[in-house]
Design a protein around this ligand. Structure first.
Ligand code: UDP
Length: 328
């Protein structure tokens, strides 16, 4: 039995779908503050899924999960706040939820002798790139509380391994994109801040705002590495297998090694929608580095992970999902 925290959210739910399709038994623990019960209902159709509503900030909530489910063998931990701008305005919310919440989870794991965890980390732990593409040896100097909260958790996990033998795999995501290939689940944030859904949602009343066209890149807009959500979910399966095979504590970048600019993403969305999308050029958004591209060789070599889906496919699936979301 695998425990998935934050399994009602975007990335967590796609991992749960991948687990269920492999025939794994899953428990999702989610506060539903940002995740959606509709997502859980959908997931339940595809396998053995138990849902427990609770908050990691309450130690008893998470202890209760382990207490009544003695067959949990590993944890995948997605539950977190993840908006950079909000974290700058309200760091207390981020450190309390992300760091303290994770401490409760880790402490409950130790109490019930569960010693394997796959953790949802981020490229934001690297901060402003010193070189590109970014490999795992790149210095980690986060420039916002969100990235710092995730880095603190990575450090805590190292210490918990040394002292208590808790093995972790930290997956540092670059830009996650796309939806389930059958449009059963997808990205569903309220409010939405991410590029692809915002371009796809744009209307003449709510134009797409392009943040910054004066960056030092080939076309002046920021370059990001868009990794497909189903490829990302597969990397988590591989990470779990790695830990089950006795793998040591480790960390990996999850990206494609290819960069695409905001303008390129915008044009690709126009092509897929088959119409022009209302666009407004705006000033830069705070805290956006010009280029973030992953060197993904370590995940390829150690986890045997090969991302299969390109940006066009991610946008197509995101568009199909957007139609489902807007029709409900
Ligand atoms: N972006 C934009 N308009 C939006 C959302 C994002 O121009 O409505 C830009 C953003 O400034 C960044 C890139 O798209 O350069 C990717 O942003 P996103 O929020 O999707 O991911 P992040 O890189 O912040 O993790």
């Amino acid at each position: 039995m695998i425990l998935v925290t934050g399994g009602a959210g975007y990335v967590g739910s796609h991992f749960v779908m991948a687990l269920l399709e492999k025939g794994e038994d899953v428990i999702v623990f989610d506060s539903l503050e940002l995740g959606h019960m509709e997502t859980i209902e959908t997931l339940k159709q595809y396998g053995n899924l138990k849902f427990i509503k609770g908050n990691l900030k309450h130690l008893d909530d998470i202890r209760g999960v382990f207490m009544s489910n003695k067959d949990i063998t590993a944890v995948a931990h997605f539950a977190a706040y993840s908006q950079v701008a909000e974290s700058v305005k309200n760091p207390q919310k981020y450190y309390y939820n992300n760091v303290y919440g994770t401490l409760n989870l880790l402490n409950a794991m130790l109490e019930f002798n569960v010693k394997k965890i796959v953790f949802s980390s981020t490229a934001a732990t690297y901060g402003e790139p010193v070189y590109t593409p970014i490999d795992e040896k790149h210095p980690q100097n986060p420039i916002n509380p969100y990235g710092m909260s995730k880095l603190m958790i990575e450090k805590i996990m190292d210490d918990y391994d040394k002292a208590y033998g808790l093995k972790s795999v930290r997956l540092r995501y670059f830009n996650v994109a796309g939806a389930d290939s059958s449009s059963r689940i997808g990205e569903w944030h309220e409010p939405e801040t991410h590029l692809i859904p915002n371009v796809l949602k744009a209307t003449s009343e709510k134009t797409f705002k392009m943040f910054g066209t004066d960056y030092d890149t080939q076309d002046g807009t920021c370059v990001r590495d868009y990794i497909n959500i189903e490829d990302l979910a597969q990397a988590h399966l591989n990470a779990l297998e790695y830990l089950n095979n006795g793998g040591k504590t480790n960390y990996f970048n999850l990206g494609t090694k290819d960069g695409n600019s905001v303008k390129e993403v915008f044009s690709a969305c126009e092509n897929i929608k088959g119409c022009s999308i209302p666009l407004e050029i705006c000033p830069r958004r705070d805290g956006d580095p010009a280029t973030l591209v992953a060197d993904n060789s370590k995940a390829k070599d150690v986890l045997n992970w090969i991302p299969k889906n390109d940006l066009t496919y991610s946008i197509k699936t995101a568009y199909e999902w957007e139609k489902v979301l807007s029709s409900n």
